[in-house]
Write a new protein. Structure first.
Length: 279
């Protein structure tokens, strides 16, 4: 059976995924002080980060429209899967579901399923890889859905922020608390609940100590690491991502580790210097 996977642009893609002919992107639109950026292959991370740093307003994103998802569902593929960032963070999931319903009303039956990643960034990447793996194994449409939903239930996401500015601009931290954290060099280690809501796990003084604490958390919580693909996404800090990779590989026997630079939406959330782990 022919298939395709549509990943909203919060999810990074490996070179193999880009060249597979099976993976397609639904771009979000980023707004930095009125300057609109389409989060597609034209995204310029350096320019985006510079604009965010200079802008007093918090950057915002708008999700793909139901109509754009409808258009993406067209084509010869008999099965269509969609992976969106957490429904708690964006309207992308609801937009894709509405697009599916509108498509079925207009064009009739087709196998389309929308996955709420309950994650973001490289978490979406791993989910898309899992879909491809299941399809290549010859599973039925429902078997793929069940296997991937089970995978999502067991996935965990972690991230460390270099800067608290985005949180401050979003109103999640008071200016005084953000200033104190900056002066004391406190870096939070963030995670997500099973419903995809962002939470703070622990914090440490200094980015390196926070990265160690994040690695500690992964090691404590991972089950059967030898069977797991772990993904690391970084925002403009490849050396930091490689350090995290080395720390993890010294402590647990992972099946595979992939390292990717963040696309637009993930760059907006992680900010310059942020590191994200999904497994």
């Amino acid at each position: 059976m022919s298939y395709k996977v549509i990943v909203d642009s919060c999810g990074e893609l490996t070179p193999e995924m880009k060249n597979s002919g099976k993976i397609f992107t639904a771009p979000l639109i980023l707004n930095v002080g009125g300057h609109l950026v389409v989060d597609d292959e034209t995204f310029d991370q350096a320019d985006f980060l510079e604009r965010v740093a200079k802008c007093s307003e918090c950057p915002k994103s708008s999700c793909p429209s139901p109509e754009s998802y409808m258009k993406a569902f067209q084509g010869e593929a008999e099965r269509v899967y969609v992976v969106t960032l957490s429904a708690e963070l964006s309207g992308s999931y609801n937009s894709a579901v509405l697009g599916k319903n509108l498509f079925l009303e207009e064009y009739g039956e087709k196998d389309i399923y929308v996955f709420n990643s309950r994650s973001a960034s490289v978490g979406e990447t791993l989910i898309a890889k899992k879909i491809m793996e299941c399809e290549e194994q010859g599973m039925t449409f429902q078997e793929v859905i069940d296997a991937v939903e089970t995978y999502i239930d067991g996935q965990n996401t972690y991230f460390v922020l270099e800067s608290l500015e985005t949180l401050r601009k979003n109103g999640r931290l008071t200016g005084l608390k953000a200033l104190a954290a900056s002066v004391l060099k406190i870096k939070p280690v963030m995670g997500a609940t099973k419903h995809g809501i962002i939470i703070q796990n622990v914090q440490a003084r200094g980015i390196n100590k926070s990265l160690v604490k994040m690695v500690d958390r992964v090691v404590e919580e991972i089950v059967q690491p030898e069977e797991k693909i772990l993904g690391i996404a970084h925002c403009n800090c490849p050396a930091r991502a490689e350090l995290v990779k080395e720390m993890l590989q010294k402590r647990i026997p992972l099946k595979e580790v992939i390292v990717l630079d963040t696309r637009g939406v993930s760059s907006m959330y992680a900010n310059d210097g942020g590191v994200i782990i999904a497994v």
